[in-house]
Design a protein around this ligand. Structure first.
Ligand code: HEC
Ligand code: HEC
Length: 266
């Protein structure tokens, strides 16, 4: 009897071991979403600036565009005689002070376009928390201006998750109706793909979908969307890293409609 019990126990332990091993062996898609930033309401300006500077140069992904030639205005130096970003922020939009302007530039980047640039910047709240965005505002203010961000800014914002943030991604997704197929072009616009990719002709930033279906299989297209840094599109090697790794939360039916649409572009 004891022997039977022991061998049952051994089988159970063995099974658990195998499952754990299999679970750990399955490769996980890595996403570069920056680490959570936790700051208290009485955070000092220096702590905010330091956190913002780290995000700016690292996980925030800002340097993919800013500071590199012509793609986006330089935020660390003067731009077209308007001064450093901490200075020019106050003169950009009538009625908006520096702090408001910088915050809007990040969460609603197309509200105001700096002259000469295309609307390629994405809503930062898709990848960054409210605290992280305010830390970036503080850092940019510190470049030539006065830091007026305080803990109160994100204490209020905490529950008011900005439109387009994590909140919008999940529930806003319309369910695939039994009657109608999803409209792929509408999906490409809603998931912001169209800010970088055109269906035909010249694309704002990434390659256009024209002919993609003859170069890539549906599987390759799906991988490029879910894990954009896995491989670079030919001729776009220098832009690897620009496409954000945030599309893993597109509902499966919608992702499939997008993949099939791109695969049909020959
Ligand atoms: C995909 C490229 C891209 C990325 C990534 C990007 N930006 Fe931008 N950004 C732009 C472009 C282009 C403009 C100019 C057009 C406009 O105003 O939207 C701009 C404008 C701005 C402005 C207004 C500048 C001014 O002179 O008034 C601020 C502030 C800014 N970005 C901050 C950031 C921060 C902070 C990050 C990182 C969280 C970031 N951006 C990431 C492309 C980008
Ligand atoms: C911020 C700009 C940007 C956004 C937004 C964006 N992409 Fe991209 N995408 C790029 C760039 C740049 C490349 C080329 C570099 C690379 O391969 O990563 C690319 C590459 C691709 C490729 C691979 C093309 C090839 O020939 O290998 C596919 C497929 C793709 N994107 C689809 C999408 C879809 C679908 C969306 C929306 C869910 C999207 N992209 C959103 C910029 C973007």
């Amino acid at each position: 009897m004891l022997k039977t019990n022991l061998s049952i126990l051994a089988v159970v332990i063995g099974c658990l071991g195998v499952f754990t091993w299999v679970a750990n062996a399955i490769p996980q898609i890595q996403s570069d979403v920056p680490e959570d930033l936790v700051l208290s309401d009485d955070v000092s300006p220096e702590e905010l600036i330091a956190a913002g500077e780290e995000l700016y140069n690292g996980g925030g992904g800002c340097t993919a565009c800013h500071g590199l030639g012509e793609r986006a205005p330089n935020l660390l130096t003067d731009h077209a005689g308007t001064g450093l970003i901490g200075e020019r922020c106050a003169n950009r939009v009538a009625g908006e002070d520096c702090k408001q302007y910088l915050h809007t530039s990040m969460v609603n980047p197309n509200a105001y376009l700096v002259e000469g640039f295309a609307p390629i910047m994405l809503d930062a709240s898709r990848t960054l928390s409210s605290v992280q965005i305010w830390a970036l505002v503080a850092y940019l203010q510190s470049l030539g201006g006065e830091v007026t961000v305080t803990g109160a800014d994100f204490a209020d914002a905490g529950d008011a998750a900005p439109a387009g943030g994590v909140v919008a991604a999940a529930p806003a997704a319309p369910v695939l109706g039994p009657t109608g197929p999803l409209d792929p072009e509408e999906l490409l616009t809603r998931h912001t793909c169209s800010t970088c990719h055109a269906v035909t002709g010249a694309s704002p930033l990434g390659p256009s979908y024209e002919g993609m279906g003859s170069r890539l299989t549906a599987d390759e297209i799906r991988t490029s969307i879910l894990d954009p840094t896995a491989s670079a599109a030919e001729g776009f090697e220098a832009m690897l890293g620009l496409m954000p790794p945030i599309f893993g939360n597109i509902p499966a039916a919608e992702l499939e409609a997008i993949v099939q649409f791109i695969a049909s572009q020959r």
